[in-house]
Write a protein that binds this ligand. Structure first.
Ligand SMILES: C=C(O[C@@H]1C=C(C(=O)O)C=C[C@H]1O)C(=O)O
Length: 489
């Protein structure tokens, strides 16, 4: 591998494909990282901090696209907030998973990290639901960003590539029992150390508690899918299911929300932590740009060494008003034939996708996952991999599971593209992190939305199988909008 220092650019195509899978990665020489421990700090305050004057290169030298602002938190796991870009990896097309891995390994191979393992640099980001970025879509009648001023605005995914990760230039991590650490990345030890000290001073000036405040207020909402259109779409999908062309498809809606005031995404995530303590939380964006954020309940994969954990989460019911009513919903989840089929199809697909990569596979019994507004059938799945594998190989094998795509995959993708009147972008796609060893964790980007200053577009979908009722599925989708929508009010 080319270890020469200085500016290194890799551009072009992946051998053997006809798509420009690799756009560019720029790493300014070898990366060096330095860490130091912090007292308790507010991750929201670090995400919100004005960086001008703190880190000359994060702010001034960097153009807007370098002003990354990233947050990630796993339930009972790693919490991370990152600012700026030490390295960026971008790819599109069917080879996007491999392209990201190849780009990242160049950056990680030259990395010299001096600090505890928990504070090591990670690449944080995710993928679009489909191989290609929205801006590449040729049927672009609905992806025109000027449509944003019309009463039925389309989500604007222009900032989001089909695959995009950054190693933040500065980040803070917290993990149970391992303390809180600040890490700064530079191109030599002097730069990393100086950046570390500047940020250490800056963080000392930040409030240790960031008020999570109230929501920005909802001025108006617009649906991309009217109830009649939803019904027509579901009925068309049910015909394909009756024909035997399709077994399951997950169809989604977008809800565009005009806000009364500017949204504070960090504060919104903080409120989501309280309401949904067992969910992931993430935010991927840049200062002045569009931010994708959410509180997904669903793990796509967590990998450490040869061990991976995933889950099937599919089949939903509302929460009850009383314990009795709640139990009735739970009983129906466990007993309904239709819901069992919808769920087992996901378990089977995950088993089939993981088995070729694993030495053993443990599938536990079905349980119920209760969230504040909805409950789901859940089957935990763990495996030991058959050799040295990268978490992105597992992500590629699993995405999209039929919990968010369908079965068979090609017929489901076709149905989704033909039915949904908006671009899914990164909704229902993998979002998370990986490290130099190829370990990492990814959630499914659900219960999510994209925010500009004064508008948020939310996404939610539901699994359609034989016997699905369009009205019930409509209600289920409205429940899945609630986590984010409630925090905007
Ligand atoms: C598609 C979504 O959720 C997925 C679909 C589910 C279902 O159809 O029952 C349940 C959980 C998720 O896997 C969403 O939240 O938008």
């Amino acid at each position: 591998m080319d270890r020469t220092s200085g500016k290194r650019e890799v551009e072009g195509r992946l051998a053997g494909t006809d798509t420009a899978a690799t756009r560019s990665v720029t790493v300014d020489g070898e990366l060096v990282s330095r860490s130091r421990e912090l007292e308790d700090v507010s991750f929201g305050a670090i995400a919100a901090a004005d960086v001008d004057g703190v880190d000359a290169d994060t702010a001034a030298e960097a153009n807007q696209t370098d002003r990354a602002r990233i947050q990630w938190a796993a339930p009972d796991g790693l919490e991370l907030v990152g600012r700026g870009v030490a390295a960026r990896f971008v790819a599109t097309g069917p080879e996007r998973f491999a392209a990201i891995r190849r780009q990242a390994s160049r950056a990680f191979d030259g990395l010299e990290h001096d600090g505890p393992e928990v504070a090591r640099p990670r690449a944080v980001g995710g993928f679009a639901f489909h191989d290609y970025h929205a801006a590449d879509r040729t049927d672009s009648d609905d992806s025109d960003s000027t449509a944003r001023s019309t009463p039925n605005p389309q989500p604007n995914w222009d900032d989001f590539d089909a695959a995009s990760f950054v190693i933040p230039r500065v980040f803070v991590v917290r993990s149970d029992g391992e303390g809180t650490w600040l890490t700064a990345v530079g191109t030599d030890a002097g730069e990393a150390t100086a950046r570390l000290e500047r940020w250490h001073d800056r963080i000392a000036d930040l409030p240790a508690m960031q008020p999570s405040g109230a929501g920005p207020g909802v001025a108006a909402t617009h649906r991309t899918t009217a109830p009649e259109e939803w019904r027509t779409g579901i009925e068309a999908a049910l015909e394909r299911i009756a024909d035997g062309r399709l077994t399951k498809v997950v169809l989604a809606q977008a809800l565009s929300v005009a806000l009364e005031g500017p949204i504070d995404v960090g504060a919104t995530l903080e409120r989501l932590r309280r309401e949904y303590p067992n969910c992931y939380r993430f935010r991927i964006g840049r200062e002045g740009g569009v931010t994708f954020f959410g509180a997904p309940p669903e793990r796509l994969v967590a990998k450490r060494g040869p061990r991976v954990a995933t889950e099937a989460l599919a089949g939903s019911a509302p929460r009850g008003e009383t314990p009795d009513e709640d139990q009735q919903h739970a009983d129906r989840l466990l007993e309904s034939d239709k819901l069992r089929r919808e769920h087992e199809l996901v378990v089977d697909a995950i088993r089939d996708q993981l088995a070729p990569l694993a030495r053993d596979l443990e599938i536990d019994g079905r349980t119920i996952r209760k969230l504040a507004t909805i409950q789901h059938l859940r089957t935990p799945i763990e495996a030991t991999l058959d050799g040295d594998r990268h978490v992105l190989e597992i992500v590629e094998a699993l995405h999209p599971t039929p919990a968010v795509g369908g079965m068979p995959p090609d017929a489901a993708w076709e149905t989704i593209r033909e039915t949904e009147p908006f671009d899914r972008g990164w909704y229902a796609a993998p979002v998370g992190w990986f490290d130099a060893d190829g370990d990492g964790e990814f959630a499914v980007g659900l219960r999510s939305g994209i925010a500009t200053d004064e508008a948020v577009t939310l996404f939610a979908g539901s699994g359609i199988v034989a016997d699905s009722d369009p009205d019930e599925e409509w209600e289920e989708v409205q429940l899945k909008f609630r986590p984010i929508l409630d925090e905007l009010r």
